[in-house]
Ligand binder design. Structure first.
Ligand code: EPS
Length: 381
């Protein structure tokens, strides 16, 4: 079973992470990890912070001569911006700089400060920041690599930003990321891409921010990952948890999702056929999961990201020191981070699926795992 931990503050010296449970013998390189980190840093509407950072994952342990050892993998990503924040984020000594005392509506600021008893809201915002997702992407890229070894692909694209919504549907998962990554908003429909860019520009001019919806697709899955037998083994439940754990994600749907509630069962459920290659369906309204298990179809998930809470035209709030009305704290911020969130989502989905795969097939080394999966594929169709 896979598990990971991350640590690090947004403007602290580094992000660190440990991933445990990978089989031995999986080929992996820093370049492979860094390609994913680069993808996460793209996207129109991000703040100047991304020009400061050039995220690179450094392998500290668990990998020797390009292959996993089966031992925990430790990674490090330096925060370049630390140089500018040293005095404010010093691990030792006395606090310097002004305390942040006005919470931003929509952020972890107020509840976090009350919960942990922090008078300086910086103690909350540093860790609740989505900067943390850089390490999640780095670690989960090893899970992506494991899936790739088994010809399971994870890809995503942005469906909407603000009011701009693409109507195109994905027909080819293999080339989806290649196409989406060419767009500054990871949108595969050029007309909608234009509208999205305009929406982001307008929000920026108004000191506002924008959310949106993205879709993650996983192809090449064996039948039977996850289980119907107990609530905490249902794969859709686990995926929903992983996705809503990404900062600012407020809703998740599988396949037809909310639309399925409006149409009759006869139009929703994917009818079953059997041909030379075994069972198959002509539709995928279930989004690849029935009864908490993969059914062999691609997993299709959509997630909605709310607009970023830091606004350059701030909302009304209260100064927690005086209890008087005040304008919410302002920091340099992204106008829109939906394209980046779609890459983070690919990563956490890859982790969750890889974990379900290892739960079903086990295997201490990659050759053992591959053999078990290919035998299952032969007998389960
Ligand atoms: C974030 C605020 C911004 C974002 C940051 C998430 O950082 P800063 O306050 O340094 O401008 O850029 O995201 C990242 C740094 C990143 O790498 O994704 C927040 O408050 O969540």
């Amino acid at each position: 079973m896979l598990r990971y931990l991350t640590a690090g503050e947004s403007h602290g010296c580094a992000l660190v992470g440990i991933l445990e449970g990978l089989p031995a013998g999986l080929e992996i390189s820093e370049d492979y990890i860094n390609d994913q980190l680069r993808r996460r840093q793209q996207g129109y509407g991000r703040s100047t912070r991304q020009q400061i950072e050039a995220d690179r994952g450094q392998i500290l342990s668990g990998i020797r001569f390009g292959k996993t050892l089966g031992s925990p993998v430790a990674l490090l990503i330096e925060n370049k911006d630390w140089q500018n924040w040293k005095q404010i984020m010093e691990p030792e000594g006395a606090p310097s700089g002004e305390e942040v005392s006005v919470p931003r509506p929509g952020h972890a600021d107020l509840s976090g400060a009350i919960k942990y008893g922090h008078s300086d809201i910086r103690n909350v915002l540093e860790r609740s920041s989505a900067r943390e997702t850089a390490m999640r992407v780095a670690l989960c890229t090893l899970a992506r690599r494991l899936l790739a070894e088994l010809e399971i692909l994870v890809a995503s694209h942005v469906v909407s930003i603000g009011e701009a919504e693409a109507q195109t549907s994905v027909t080819e998962v293999n080339t989806l990321n290649e196409l989406a990554d060419r767009s500054p908003v990871r949108c595969i429909d050029p007309e909608t891409e234009k509208a999205m860019l305009e929406q982001i520009d307008r929000a920026g001019q108004q000191g506002d921010s924008l959310g949106g919806v993205f879709e993650v697709i996983v192809s090449g899955l064996p039948v039977g990952l996850g289980s119907y037998v107990h609530w905490d083994r249902k794969l859709d439940g686990l995926l929903a948890q992983a996705l809503t754990s990404i900062q600012a994600i407020k809703a998740v749907e599988f396949g037809l999702g909310f639309k399925a509630a409006k149409i009759p069962g006869s139009a929703v459920h994917d009818q079953i056929y059997c041909g030379q290659q075994g069972y198959y369906r002509e539709t995928n309204n279930a989004g690849g999961i029935e009864g908490g298990m993969t059914n062999g179809q691609p997993i299709v998930i959509r997630a909605a990201m709310k607009p970023i809470p830091t606004l350059t035209t701030p909302l009304r709030s209260v100064d927690t020191k005086t209890k008087q009305p005040a304008s919410a704290h302002k920091e340099r911020s992204d106008i829109c981070a939906v394209p980046a969130a779609s890459v983070v989502a690919e990563a956490v989905v890859a982790f969750t699926v890889a974990n379900a795969l290892l739960e079903k097939f086990g295997g201490d080394n990659i050759a053992e795992l591959k053999q078990r999966v290919s035998q299952w594929r032969r007998t389960s169709s």
